[in-house]
Each structure stands twice: as structure tokens, then as C-alpha cells.
Design a protein around this ligand. Structure first.
Ligand code: KG4
Ligand code: ZN
Length: 356
């Protein structure tokens, strides 16, 4: 019997300030487009939801056209639509979900609502091997910081080993960058500002790393305050700004990598996956590589351009769901701004949730 080719899956991402669209079939990236409203938010020092939503409205159809054209395809070639249904900014999510429903209805193809963070986990499926199963995953984005145990991403429940009690790692980078007078977005500015400077110049705290602390729980708001207090208390400091930046960054990446390696060891899992916008950080990538090497852990981090939000990760996850035989999401799929990560797909009743 001839093998049916998998459908072309279009992925749409609009949870924050990036409008991303991509086309993936059978784990192969066919085309993509990305538009960002980042510059429009810079003067406010953070993402303004209404501005982001308006930019998505303007960008989503042109991005679909650009992705199709880069793939040499037409809309009629799309066989399924995947979309970030949450978590994220409500106004921004609504745009993507509405667009995805419109395309799925007009083209008469199935619709898959997906969890944004599960999309991050799938970000480099189009570049490499399938994900190891099981794998310990560290998600570090602007809104979330979690250590997870992930099995079959398309099917299994995702187990949270620990999360942040307060600020996310990316949020900490962004807020501290503001305190240090660096431009928005803060993460890349800190990354650049730390290069070639002394990460040991100042001993900023490593929160929740004491013997009696929960080994996989994070907290970054105290570290943010510690940097702000230090800056206030040392207006005439002779410590070079680059050393302050490097010392702060080192505190964040030291905690993240130590806890991630500890989770692998404790759970006897030899693979670590680090994803999300902060995974683009050059020092995090270097320290994780060094510590995983020393501990005999295989490390996987997507290419830097796939760490921050994009459409490829959503199309890759949609393609994985389709190939795993997942049923489509309900046609009344709604944006879920506060969606908790327990399954990759949203808008379906998972067995565990049905039983609950
Ligand atoms: O995953 P992402 O693009 O959006 C969310 O889902 O939140 O992550 C954005 C976060 C921002 O906080 C940004 O400052 C941070 O990722 N980020 C970085 C770097 N690039 C982006 N943080 C540290 N170093 C970087 N190179
Ligand atoms: Zn993200």
C-alpha cells in the first residue's frame, strides 16, 4: 500500500511581540516568516499588549503569504494548521487563534491548538534528531522558568520538577537591564555587555541554592533587588559597568545550570534540553556545555535564532502531533492566556484531565 505523505502543517505564533508563521512537513522546514513589533515597545521599556495585538493584525496575513512564497507553496497545499493558544498576552493570542481558525475553516483542514512552551521544546525538531525520551528540559523564557521531565512530547503528560516562585529568568534579565541603563530587550543587551568582562567581580546571591532549599525551584526577584540595591549604594563605584553586568549574568546562569544538571543526576536521565529566549544567552550556552560535559550529560540547545519566539517551533510541534495521530483540537478553541503546561496540545480533553 502506498504510504500517505504527511500534510503540510502551517504554524502560527502570536503570543507576545513576534508574529511567526512556518510550514513544516515530516520534520522538514519548508518555509518561514517572522515579523516583530519589538521596536514599537522599546520606548515603553516592555511589551504593550494593545500595540503587540495591532501589529499582529497587520502582520499575520503578510507573514502567511511570505512563508508560503518562501516554500514555493500556495494556501491550497496546507493540510493542517497549528497555533499557539496560550500562554501569552490575551490580546495577542486572540489574533493568532482567530487567524488560525479562519484558515482552517476556509481550507477545511484540521486545527491544532498548542502550548507555547511545548512549542519551545519542539523548536529544533526541524534541525536535528527527535527529542530524547525521557529528557530533562529547562525552559527559560520571558514569562516562565521551569524544570521539566518530558517523555513523548506529543502524548505524555509533562511533569514539572520545579518552577520559579516569582520572576522568570528572562524577566530578571529585562528588569536588571533597565536598572543598569541598558536598552530593551534586556537579555541580549546583558549578553553583549558581559562579553570580555569579569563575572567574579561581584558576588551576587545564588537564590535557593542552599542545602535545605528545594533543589529544582527558582527565585529571581531577590537577585534583581540585590543588583538594584548594589547600584543604589555605589553611585561612585569604580567597578566597571561591564563587570557588574557579567557578575549578574553569572549568578543567573550558575543557578540555572546547577539545578538543571542536578535534576538530570537525581533522575538518572542523561539528556538535557534547554529552550526559550534565555537559551540564546551565550554564557548560559557555554556554562551548560561545560557542566554537562563534566557530568557526562548530552546537552541539546536549539540554534540561537530558534530560541526566541518564532513560527517554526509551532509548526514543528503541530507536525509532531499530526504524525503521532493526535486528534485535532475542538473547533471552539479559545485563547488561554494563563494555560498551564501539562500537555503539548491545548483545546482537547486529555485523559488525566477527563478523569480529574
Ligand atoms: O521565549 P521568548 O522569546 O518569549 C517568551 O516566551 O517570553 O523569551 C524572551 C526573553 C526576554 O526576556 C529576553 O530578554 C530573553 O528572552 N533573551 C535573552 C537573550 N535573548 C533573549 N536573555 C539573555 N540572553 C540573551 N541572549
Ligand atoms: Zn516564548
Amino acid at each position: 500500500m502506498p504510504v500517505q505523505p504527511s500534510p503540510v502543517v502551517m504554524g502560527i505564533e502570536t503570543s507576545c511581540d513576534e508574529t511567526g508563521v512556518a510550514l513544516v512537513r515530516d520534520g522538514v522546514l519548508l518555509g518561514e516568516a517572522l515579523s516583530t513589533s519589538m521596536d514599537q515597545h522599546a520606548r515603553y521599556g516592555g511589551v504593550v499588549p494593545e500595540i503587540a495585538a495591532r501589529a499582529h493584525v497587520q502582520a499575520v496575513v503578510p507573514c502567511v503569504r511570505a512563508a508560503l512564497s518562501s516554500a514555493g507553496l500556495t494556501a491550497a497545499d496546507i493540510g493542517a494548521v497549528a497555533v499557539t493558544a496560550g500562554p501569552g498576552l490575551a490580546t495577542a493570542l486572540h489574533v493568532g487563534v482567530s487567524a488560525a481558525k479562519a484558515y482552517a475553516t476556509a481550507l477545511d483542514v484540521p486545527l491544532y491548538g498548542v502550548h507555547h512552551l511545548a512549542g519551545h521544546l519542539a523548536a529544533d525538531l526541524v534541525d536535528g534528531e527527535p527529542l530524547p525520551d525521557p529528557v530533562i528540559a529547562l525552559i527559560v523564557s520571558g514569562g516562565h522558568t521551569s524544570l521539566l521531565r518530558v517523555g513523548d512530547l506529543a502524548r505524555d503528560p509533562i511533569v514539572h520538577l520545579g518552577d520559579t516562585l516569582d520572576d522568570a529568568a528572562g524577566e530578571c534579565f529585562d528588569k536588571v537591564a533597565r536598572v543598569l541603563g541598558l536598552p530593551y530587550p534586556g537579555g541580549p543587551a546583558v549578553d553583549r555587555g558581559a562579553v570580555g568582562n569579569d563575572p567574579t567581580a561581584l558576588a551576587f546571591p545564588r537564590p535557593l541554592t542552599g542545602r535545605t532549599d528545594s533543589p529544582y525551584t527558582f527565585s529571581f526577584s531577590g537577585l534583581k533587588t540585590a543588583v538594584a540595591r548594589w547600584v543604589e549604594a555605589h553611585p561612585d563605584s569604580t567597578v566597571p559597568a561591564g563587570d557588574v553586568i557579567a557578575s549578574f549574568q553569572e549568578a543567573v546562569v550558575d543557578v540555572l545550570t546547577a539545578k538543571a544538571v542536578r535534576a538530570c543526576r537525581d533522575h538518572e536521565i542523561g539528556d538535557l534540553l534547554i529552550v526559550g529566549g534565555v537559551a540564546a544567552n551565550s554564557r548560559l550556552r557555554a556554562l551548560a556545555a561545560q557542566r554537562c560535559d563534566a557530568a557526562g550529560i548530552r546537552l541539546r540547545i536549539p540554534a540561537r535564532k530558534r530560541c526566541t519566539d518564532n513560527g517554526v517551533m509551532i509548526a514543528a510541534l503541530g507536525d509532531l502531533l499530526v504524525r503521532s495521530g493526535a486528534a485535532p483540537s475542538r473547533p471552539d478553541l479559545a485563547a488561554m492566556p494563563g494555560a498551564f503546561l501539562d500537555h503539548a496540545q491545548l483545546g482537547v480533553a486529555h485523559p488525566a484531565q477527563r478523569a480529574a
